[in-house]
Design a protein around this ligand. Structure first.
Ligand SMILES: [Zn+2]
Length: 69
């Protein structure tokens, strides 16, 4: 079964018995339990980064768009 590789965002392969996640693109190889933890950790990190980014640049982005209009 194909799943999204948490490392390179490519197509990774999940064994049908959920024992192993493998990605040929970046040589990722981990158990499904590790994969779930890895993805969960990355999701939290990403939302933190995105939240900070949106908050700190909101005013600047609006100003820049107005100038281009
Ligand atoms: Zn990969």
């Amino acid at each position: 079964m194909k799943i999204k590789c948490p490392k390179c965002k490519g197509a990774a392969e999940l064994e049908s018995d959920f024992s192993l996640v493998k990605c040929n693109d970046c040589d990722l190889e981990m158990s499904y339990g590790e994969y779930v933890k890895y993805v969960a950790h990355n999701d939290v990190t990403y939302s933190d980064i995105l939240g900070d980014y949106a908050g700190s640049t909101e005013g600047q982005t609006a100003g820049t768009l107005d100038e281009w209009d």
